[in-house]
Design a protein around this ligand. Structure first.
Ligand code: DGT
Ligand code: CA
Ligand code: CA
Ligand code: ZN
Length: 577
């Protein structure tokens, strides 16, 4: 039993209850419970197993008992019973972009659509368009989404597998014959999505470690198990490979299996120029060249090749090797550098926790400030605030602030950018805020030129501090809308508008590939969790990894600054920032 399984079961119960049309409060309690489990600071699985969950906020009695049953026995009768009411394949429909519980319920009840295959057949037979609330456009969008889903079938989001990786590393470390362990591959490089996980262990008993690896709880099937490598598939479909090597080989294997392939090819060529051949086992002289220096860790491989250490996040062969040679690698931002953050939601719009609870959680994390940014009125499905409610929230924030010492809430709004690039609130309202995030939440189908102009117009507003989730993408679910990144970056530089790095695991938007360009143009980044609950403030860890992947240093990021500096910054007119 892993933390991820506990949380997934709660989420699935919420989905099942939605399908049944149950009470929204009950549904929310399960969703919230899943969040608490994911973000809990401690061994929640052990606590659940020992029935020690009392007093944890967000976990009531009913949830406590269910988590206990699940952790102690591996299954939950309540869950099994709910599940049995629907066909297995129905759950896959939740992964189809544009389909929510209401639509899925309608498809199931009227057309008996109980799987992806059923859905495809029903669309192709033109049966879906006629359902109330669907229409021909929805039907063709569903077909499109099904096509996309196929290409995402063996891919996973970085943010949703992190705790799984931690659990596997810990289990490996637990083996007495394991001396060093690591997760390599795209995971270590902080790619936003990964295809499989690559684990590495240094040991004197490689065959035993391979066998041990195949016995881990989340393993559902063994693909291969040999003397030095093993491959398994987990319950969630993710493939995990293990290599067991000697302690002497470990640094070379770590470097090799971290990749990227492109980085490795360039590094190997560099080694050849020194007369050495580099592979996953060592660095060896060819044709009578002088031997390479002794190497005990990864840093020394780079040093032997005349390079500064290259952080795994940068190993994409996008200029990092040249920079490592000339000493121009940036000092990358670290989680400890963050002093606060912006863009979080509360129960006033679609968040799960109140203003006070969000503030308290931020203080517990050691933050000096938290920016609130609930939705604006056009985002009615997210219960966006109108002028009156926003002004009332500003009041609440001011009075809370009066009681804090060394901490401040910034009153903001995630204001919708309307179709023509104007904003959902007038300047007279926006000017009363401490800051403002402007985001696109509807009309995604404009041309690239139109969308770019729309966003640029919003950035030209004096009150727009930062641009939210630049492309609107939802990883593995929905492509971003068409937008010209370089023109947005230029416009951000001209208007002194910050671009957000939205660190929701679904988004990670703006994409890491654009940050170096933005930074070179002098555009500031803000690492924002887009938190819809206190637990989601932890998304900042993921955001920092992606910021590093985008070559960002502390100086490039607004929320590494102290409270006093940020207050000063926000008071200064945009043109002088
Ligand atoms: P993915 O697709 O998300 O699993 O991405 P990676 O980078 O984890 O790729 P994977 O699992 O196929 O291989 C892990 C690393 O092993 C890769 O980043 C570099 C190294 N590697 C694999 N195949 C080759 C190869 O043919 N040549 C070189 N130089 N390195 C390789
Ligand atoms: Ca991999
Ligand atoms: Ca692999
Ligand atoms: Zn948003």
């Amino acid at each position: 039993m892993t933390r991820e399984t506990l949380a997934d079961v709660l989420d699935e119960i919420a989905q099942l209850l939605e399908l049944k049309g149950e009470n929204p409060f009950k549904i929310r309690a399960y969703r919230q419970g899943a969040e608490v489990v994911r973000g809990f600071d401690g061994d929640i699985v052990a606590l659940a197993r020992n029935n020690e969950l009392d007093g944890i906020k967000g976990i009531g009695e009913a949830l406590r008992d269910k988590l206990h049953e699940l952790a102690a026995t591996g299954t939950l009768a309540f869950h099994q019973k709910l599940r049995a009411e629907f066909p297995e394949g129905l759950f896959d429909l939740f992964d189809v972009s544009g389909l929510g519980p209401k639509k899925i319920k309608a498809l199931w009840e009227t057309l008996a659509v109980g799987s992806i295959a059923d859905l495809k057949a029903a669309c192709e037979a033109d049966k879906v368009a006629g359902l109330p609330g669907f229409g021909a456009k929805t039907q063709s969008k569903i077909l499109e989404a099904l096509q996309q889903r196929k290409s995402f079938a063996d891919t996973f989001r970085l943010g949703t597998i992190t705790s799984l990786v931690d659990d596997i590393l810990e289990a490996l470390r637990d083996h007495p014959a394991a001396s060093r362990v690591a997760a390599c591959g795209s995971f270590r490089r902080a790619k936003e999505t990964v295809h499989d996980l690559d684990f590495l262990v240094a040991t004197k008993e490689p065959a035993e470690l391979c066998r041990y690896f195949t016995t881990f709880p989340p393993v559902s099937s063994i693909i291969a198990c040999g003397d030095t490598k093993a491959s398994v598939r987990l319950e969630n479909g993710l493939q995990c490979d293990l290599r067991a090597v000697s302690n002497a080989e470990f640094p070379f294997a770590l470097q090799y299996f971290t990749g990227s392939k492109e980085h490795n090819v360039a590094i190997r060529q560099r080694a050849l120029k020194h007369g050495w051949s580099l592979n996953e086992y060592g660095l060896n002289p060819v044709d009578g060249a002088a031997p390479a220096p002794e190497i005990t860790d990864e840093i020394e491989i780079y040093k032997a090749l005349g390079l500064r250490y290259i952080a795994p996040e940068l190993r994409e062969n996008r200029g990092e090797i040249e920079a490592a040679e000339t000493g121009d690698l940036p000092k990358l931002v670290e989680i400890e550098n963050l002093r606060g953050t912006f863009h979080s939601h509360t129960t006033a719009s679609d968040g799960a926790d109140t203003l006070e609870e969000m503030a308290e959680a931020a203080q517990e994390l050691g933050m000096q400030y938290l920016g609130i940014a609930d939705h604006s009125k056009s985002s009615f499905q997210a219960r966006g605030l109108d002028e009156e409610r926003l002004l009332a929230q500003i009041e609440s924030i001011r009075s809370l602030n009066a009681a804090y010492t060394g901490f401040k809430l910034f009153a903001g709004s995630e204001v919708d950018i309307l179709k023509d690039g104007s904003l959902d609130f007038d300047d007279s309202i926006l000017s009363q805020l401490d800051y403002c995030v402007a985001s696109v939440h509807n009309v995604f189908t404009l041309t690239e030129d139109e969308m770019t102009a729309r966003i640029c117009r919003a950035m030209e507003n004096e009150h727009v501090t930062m641009l939210g989730h630049l492309t609107g993408r939802l990883l593995l679910k929905r492509e971003g809308y068409a937008v010209n990144h370089s023109r947005i970056i230029d416009c951000a530089a001209e208007t002194r508008t910050i671009i957000e790095l939205n660190c929701s695991p679904m988004r990670l938007d703006m994409d890491w590939r654009w940050w170096k360009r933005a930074k070179d143009k002098g555009v500031l980044c803000s690492i924002n969790p887009d938190a819809h609950s206190t637990a989601q403030l932890h998304y900042l860890h993921l955001g920092v990894r992606l910021a590093r992947k985008g070559w960002l240093s502390r100086e490039n990021i607004l929320n590494t600054r102290s409270l006093a500096d940020v207050e000063q910054f926000l008071k200064t007119p945009k043109s002088k920032r």
